[in-house]
Design a protein around this ligand. Structure first.
Ligand SMILES: Nc1ncnc2c1ncn2[C@@H]1O[C@H](COP(=O)(O)OP(=O)(O)OP(=O)(O)O)[C@@H](O)[C@H]1O
Ligand SMILES: [Mg+2]
Length: 330
């Protein structure tokens, strides 16, 4: 199911939580929405998932307008949606089976069908045999698996994940993202993944929209945005990623003024020595490594360029001609 948003707006008093958001979220993909705390991500998800009405603007699922639906039609349409959250939102009074069965009980499905479907779902999320476990005895990753099984119980077309991995450690995050990717492909889901972590976008999403102050400041293929970020917010997210990433080897305590990103094909070429030969600029490399962005490999290098501003300008210009993205203060 593809999702189309047109000029969505939502104010809370004088606060513009979502301002003029238009996006096209293709079907059968994982679409990321990244932004800092307070950027308006959760508000946007509530509008897109029909939990809340926009002040103005339109939401379409497969070209059918849904933000105006009311009553039974709204309830029926919401059956096509599954949601998971940072805090899992499970019933602590029910065990795993009881939680997964809940949405099917609400829909009045047959008891035998529910029992059968719950055991399928437990297997699907890797929790065979843990159905009787009280929720309090499960780890964070296991709780999120129960929440995923519950979200998928009624066979939705769309899965919204609002900071679904934010409360999990890096290893558990990776396993949950791997599960979401597998389920997306298997069930032809459209997944909308809300996050403030660039790692999540890098590891799971095909396209991403960057949200800041309620507006979309950048949108595109994740590999394009990593190679050539345009907005300050995006650059900020990416620089944090470079700093924490252990695939980057740092051999100088000094930070380096420029960050270069080399895409797929260019990583095999001797670009730095070519640029140095052609411009006479000198390069002092502080850190470097390779990052995997989706299925692409991307080289990252943190360095200084010398000896003077004239050489810096010539080198940066030539690097860009070679297709290298250059970030830093010029
Ligand atoms: N129901 C509400 N009433 C009043 N203000 C709200 C309401 N919901 C959100 N806001 C405000 O709207 C802005 C956007 O909030 P939102 O929760 O959408 O941000 P977010 O990007 O999801 O942030 P976080 O990463 O912290 O979850 C914030 O300034 C928030 O305080
Ligand atoms: Mg939020």
């Amino acid at each position: 199911m593809h999702i189309k948003l047109r000029n969505l707006k939502r104010d809370y008093g004088s606060l513009h939580a979502v301002q003029d958001v238009s996006l096209d979220i293709p079907s059968n993909t994982i679409y990321g929405i990244i932004g800092r705390s307070g950027a308006g991500k959760s508000t946007l998800v509530r509008l897109v998932s029909m939990l809340e009405k926009p002040d103005s603007g339109e939401v379409y699922y497969d070209d059918e307008r849904v933000d105006t639906l009311e009553g039974k039609a709204l309830i029926e349409k919401r059956r096509h949606i599954g949601m998971i959250f940072q805090t899992f939102n499970l019933f602590s009074s029910r065990n795993a089976v009881g939680n997964i069965a809940y949405p099917m009980e609400i829909c009045g499905m047959d008891k035998a069908y529910i029992r059968n479907r719950v055991s399928q779902l437990l297997a699907l999320v890797g929790l065979e045999g843990r159905g009787d476990a009280p929720i309090s005895t499960l780890s964070g990753g296991q709780k999120q698996r129960v929440a995923i099984a519950r979200a998928l119980a009624c066979q939705p077309d769309i899965l919204f994940c609002d900071e679904a991995t934010s409360a999990l450690d890096p290893q558990t995050t990776r396993s949950i993202l791997a599960l979401v990717k597998e389920l997306q492909a298997r069930m032809n889901l459209t997944v909308v993944m809300i996050t403030h972590q660039m790692e999540v976008v890098r590891d799971a999403c095909e396209r991403v929209a960057v949200l800041d102050n309620g507006r979309v400041v950048e949108e595109g293929m994740v590999s394009d945005i990593f190679a050539n970020p345009k907005s300050e917010v995006t650059k900020d997210f990416l620089s944090n990623l470079t700093n924490v990433k252990d695939s980057i080897v740092r051999w100088s305590s000094q930070s380096g003024r420029f960050t270069l990103r080399f895409r797929g094909g260019t990583t095999d070429e001797p670009i730095i020595s070519n640029v140095s030969n052609e411009t006479g600029a000198s390069f002092n490399i502080r850190a470097a490594g390779v990052q995997h962005v989706g299925s692409e490999e991307m080289g990252v290098m943190v360095l200084d360029i010398g000896p003077d501003e004239q050489h810096v300008r010539a080198a940066v210009e030539l690097l860009k001609k070679y297709g290298v993205s250059v970030e830093g203060d010029f």
